[in-house]
Ligand binder design. Structure first.
Ligand code: LLP
Length: 413
């Protein structure tokens, strides 16, 4: 999907230099062809499961519409995400609602829309869900989110299924919670939900999900309750740099021995795996400083447009949009006034000059969706690429408010 042609980086058939020049920077660019391909790969691995795409990874409306068209459901965690799913045309019976602090408004809309399932995160949520169902006069189908008690090998911020986590229902409360649900009018118990964490790359962690779920399906059935469905959450990681990656197919094979005889329907909530490699972030070099024996390449977007390096120490590949021969090690830093605003150190890039355009890779997930207005900067623009055409998906409005004659390269950062 990304390749150099005549030393200029292209996404599919489109020059990223042309996009940077026409639309400006910072700009996210997404390949819809890659997105289609990844959804198909995922579906081939799990042909019978509902793929409920995790909206938090990227909820840009054109992307949501495309995923709905590819028959993906939605995993939503806020009123805004639920409204976006309905607006994208996702049928309510393909929407699952997650979250540890669902607002009253979210509960009410979920009940009124008739979502596939609300994944209950606490025993304490049971009366609140029942209230919403009663208020709108429609029964609400619920799953119980189990805290699997597994300490997955991922960044501590991305680990949510470990003992002591504030997500999910701890083992000792699982059966009591189901008993409460069965006794509560307006609620229908459907099954179990689990989400171990994100950016999972270790086969043993992934396999542990199936082992825990299989154990709980049997335990709940032995206690006399039916389990029709299991929602296995999301979490499959990608190789941002050199890490050995897992494929959806490999995950399916790791799960098969544990799940084979359970006779349940499956829901999956992938976010990152589907969309991260679909997007790049175009940034322009504002200024190059040589100091302390280092080369600091200051670009026009940092932790405001891509929070992952500052928040998780994530390392994304950064490629020059125009390839050059002589390379040197540089630190790529953002424009915001704090030391955390570093996109990464020791990248080998062609000798940088002001105005050069850089591409940060694998930012389709948790890039734009976590962008913010720190230092009163504008949100980046977004562009979609289809084959050799591109279109603006959302704009960066600030330049239009500038006095005439001040163009985008005139020091917006
Ligand atoms: N389902 C639930 C209940 C989740 O909490 C999440 C992610 C997903 C599905 C999707 O997980 P994925 O397949 O994308 O790993 N901002 C972080 C990631 C946080 C993920 C939170 N929950 C990052 O930039 O790495």
């Amino acid at each position: 999907m990304l390749q150099y042609r005549d030393d200029i980086l292209h996404m599919n058939g489109v020059s990223l230099l042309e996009i940077a020049e026409e639309v400006g920077t910072p700009t996210y660019v997404y390949s819809f062809d890659t997105l289609t391909r990844r959804v198909r790969t995922y579906r081939q691995a799990f042909p019978h499961a509902l793929i409920a795409y995790a909206y938090k990874a990227n909820a840009t409306p054109a992307i949501l519409a495309h995923l709905a068209h590819l028959d993906c459901g939605a995993d939503v965690v806020s009123l805004g995400e639920l409204q976006a799913a309905l607006a994208a045309g996702v049928p309510p019976d393909k929407i699952v609602v997650n979250g540890n602090a669902k607002s009253d408004a979210l509960l009410l809309l979920a009940a009124r829309a008739g979502v596939r399932a609300l994944n209950l995160d606490a025993r304490e949520e049971i009366p609140r869900a029942a209230w919403a169902a009663q208020t709108v006069g429609r029964p609400l189908t619920v799953n119980v989110r189990i805290n699997p008690g597994i300490d997955a090998k991922t960044h501590t911020h991305l680990r949510v299924g470990a003992p002591g986590s504030h997500f999910g229902i701890p083992p000792e409360d699982v059966l009591p919670a189901i008993r409460d649900i069965m006794r509560t009018p307006h609620l229908r118990f459907r099954g179990l939900h689990v989400h171990l964490g994100s950016q999972l790359l270790h086969p043993e962690d992934v396999e542990a999900i199936a082992r825990v779920v299989a154990h709980w399906v049997r335990t709940v059935r032995q206690a006399g309750y039916p389990v029709e469905e299991v929602d296995m959450g999301g979490g499959l990681g990608i190789a941002y740099t050199e890490e050995p990656a897992l494929t959806p197919d490999r995950v399916a094979r790791l799960w098969a021995p544990h799940m084979r005889d359970l006779d349940v329907r499956w829901v999956l909530e992938p976010g990152r795996w589907l969309i991260a490699p679909v997007g790049v972030l175009l940034l322009r070099v504002v200024q190059v400083k040589r100091a302390w024996g280092r080369t600091f390449v200051a670009v026009d977007g940092g932790m405001n447009v891509l929070l992952r390096p500052a928040l998780y120490g994530a390392r994304h590949r950064i490629w020059p949009v125009v390839r050059g021969e002589a390379v040197e090690p540089v630190d790529v830093v953002g424009p915001n006034c704090e030391s955390a605003d570093v996109l990464g150190r020791d990248y080998l890039l062609p000798t940088p000059r002001s105005g050069d355009v850089l591409a940060v890779l694998d930012v389709g997930a948790y890039g734009y969706s976590m962008a913010n207005r720190y230092n009163l900067r504008d949100l980046p623009a977004q562009v979609g690429v289809w084959g050799d055409t591109f279109a603006l998906l959302s704009v960066n409005w600030l330049p239009r408010q500038l006095p005439k004659g001040l163009d985008r390269s005139g020091g917006l950062a």
